[in-house]
Design a protein around this ligand. Structure first.
Ligand code: SAM
Length: 192
């Protein structure tokens, strides 16, 4: 099966899983296919060497990142606090033959960021625990060689991300733009 068909199938499975449970921790909450296409385009253009994803879930978005990473010769680190979801993601990545470009980390995103060296990532995709982003912001900026930070749910959950967005633009002076793709993509750039 092609990666394209695999992604279509996984997305449908994710949607079905999300409607069959009321427990958020069991939901897959995948990005939309249009967000996947957008990430692929960004990576193809920017060719970052090291990519970080916070919020792996079942690996749907990771497959989009990994497929582009393989094409451009880069590596993906992806982090999720759920061991079960990381295991599932590992299985899905292997089925797409993309396991060699991805390192799966089971960790809290904030703890993972604290343990990272400075400026080691040149592309970060953030899709984890929105309530924690304001606590993670200093380390996020520290580990990202700006670079680019893309944050999902910038429209669907704009109020939850308001303070984080303000912090990035006011305190750090970054250019923050929201694009109407999928659930809304916040693009954070250092234009200084
Ligand atoms: C919206 S889902 C990610 C969806 C995934 N990016 C995709 O599109 O396939 C959010 C994920 O973040 C994880 N998560 C939530 N809080 C976290 C935290 N503090 N540290 C690491 N992962 C966390 C959840 O376990 C969940 O799998």
């Amino acid at each position: 099966m092609s990666v394209e068909s695999y992604l279509e199938r996984l997305y449908e499975e994710g949607r079905q899983a999300d409607t069959s449970t009321s427990k958020r921790s069991e939901m897959m909450l995948n990005i939309t296919p249009s967000t996947g296409v957008f990430l692929d385009l960004l990576l193809s253009e920017l060719k970052p060497k090291r990519i970080l994803e916070l919020g792996t879930s079942n690996g749907y978005s990771t497959i989009w990142l990994a497929r582009a990473a393989k094409r451009i010769g880069s590596q993906v680190d992806t982090v999720d606090k759920s061991y079960k979801k990381a295991q599932l993601a590992g299985q899905h990545l292997a089925e797409c033959n993309l396991q060699d470009v991805v390192v799966l980390h089971v960790a809290d995103g904030g703890e993972f960021l604290r343990g990272c060296d400075t400026a080691i990532y040149d592309f970060v995709f953030l899709d984890a625990d929105r309530a924690a982003y304001c606590h993670w912001v200093d380390d996020l900026v520290r580990v990202t060689r700006f670079g680019l930070l893309v944050v999902d749910n910038a429209i669907s959950h704009s109020m939850e991300l308001r303070e984080f967005k303000r912090h990035l633009s006011t305190n750090f002076g970054f250019n923050v733009t929201v694009l109407p793709i999928g659930n809304g993509q916040m693009i954070v750039q250092d234009v200084g």
